[in-house]
Design a protein around this ligand. Structure first.
Ligand code: KG4
Ligand code: ZN
Length: 357
């Protein structure tokens, strides 16, 4: 069964063809980084218009790369939620038109849930269930109980910034170009970078909380660079150290250490909380742009080993937004009997509900 996937939820225009909900035949992506970098973030209006211009060429590329013809497609899947509404609408319209023209079923896929299936792509067998799921991206930071590849219940989520957003903002504060996450990661790995140079906060929140908070970490980086603001007349704190190359590298490494610690700490809490109510997870499934991070990948591997979990991390090509994960989730949903029709609507928020713990 060949599924064609469409992904346009944010600033990547993507189409992919996946066989049997697992094997990726093509994964075409047109990134819009060059359109948004001057603004320091994604501009929704520009993103939506760029999707309109790019969707057909990207579709053609996905079909050509897979070595198939459109007539061979058995189903069409689309990431229809969550995301920027003007961007989602382009993919949903393109997917509906394609499914109607080809006379094949249409199925919607939740983008966040699709990130959780990315680690199963190009592998013959699914990992053992249930899984503890982690999505870390520019728009989302959350943990899930994943009873099967097409089901997820949210255990905790960020109360403010997503981790990728914190990475991008910290990188801007450090003077790195957009998008900052990968650049901050590269800097933090440079020889000599001291990840303990600055003691940055790891928010734990209330006892047992499975939520995240990254805004304090971002603000701590700001204060380390520009100095701590004080009231008039209050004693002045020491001025910040000059931003030499060495200082920027140390701050990047210290940020990366704190950000990864926050994730591992909460995964530990989630795994303990599930264990206490008799749910022993057997797999750790992670996805989203920040799973491309070198330190997080290493720390997730160590965590999984320590807890006896099978680790499924996406290949680098499937960490960032892509349509292969959408096609895979759509195909799995269709195989389980969940087809949609031409009334499918784009929606800005995710459909995944909270778990009752
Ligand atoms: O999953 P994604 O493509 O889009 C969303 O669904 O949000 O994730 C993009 C995010 C950006 O914030 C980007 O800076 C971050 O992933 N990112 C990284 C790395 N590569 C991408 N963050 C830290 N280290 C990286 N190597
Ligand atoms: Zn994403």
């Amino acid at each position: 069964m060949l599924t064609l996937g469409f992904e346009t939820s944010c600033d990547e225009t993507a189409c992919a063809i996946v066989r049997d909900g697992r094997h990726v035949l093509s994964n075409a992506i047109a990134t819009q980084t060059e359109l948004h970098e001057g603004y320091g973030g994604v501009v929704p209006e520009i993103a939506g218009r760029a999707h309109v211009e790019r969707i057909i060429p990207v579709l053609r590329r996905a079909v050509a790369d897979a070595g198939v013809s459109l007539g061979d497609i058995d189903a069409v899947a689309v990431g229809h939620r969550p995301g920027l509404i003007g961007s989602l609408l382009v993919g949903v319209c393109a997917a509906k038109a394609t499914a109607l023209a080809l006379g094949v079923p249409l199925v919607g896929a939740d983008h966040v849930q699709a990130h959780l299936i990315a680690g199963t792509l190009d592998i013959d067998e699914d990992p053992p269930s249930p899984a503890l799921g982690l999505v870390v991206s520019g728009g989302h930071t959350a943990m899930y109980l994943v009873p099967s590849p097409i089901e997820a219940q949210r255990l905790g989520t960020t109360r403010d910034d997503a981790i990728g957003e914190a990475y991008d903002k910290a990188a801007t504060i450090l003077g790195l170009p957009y998008p900052g996450g990968p650049r901050l990661d590269a800097l933090a790995q440079e020889p000599g970078a001291n990840d303990q140079a600055v003691d940055l906060p790891v928010r734990r929140l209330e006892r047992g909380s499975l939520d995240f908070s990254f805004s304090g970490l971002k603000t701590a980086v700001l204060y380390a660079v520009r100095g701590v603001p004080t009231r008039p007349g209050a004693p002045q704190p020491p001025p910040p150290l000059p931003m030499t190359d060495e200082r920027v590298r140390d701050l990047a490494a210290s940020f990366q250490r704190a950000a990864c610690r926050a994730i591992i700490l909460k995964l530990g809490r989630a795994s303990d909380a599930l264990g206490e109510r008799g749910t022993e997870c057997r797999t750790l499934l992670a996805g989203g742009g920040v799973t491309a991070n070198s330190r997080l990948r290493a720390e997730l591997a160590a965590f999984a080993e320590e807890r006896g979990l099978e680790l499924r991390l996406p290949k680098m090509a499937y960490c960032l937004d892509n349509a292969a994960m959408i096609a895979a989730l759509g195909a799995r949903r269709l195989m389980a009997g969940h087809a949609d029709d031409l009334t499918l609507r784009a929606h800005p928020s995710s459909s995944i509900g909270a778990a009752s713990l």
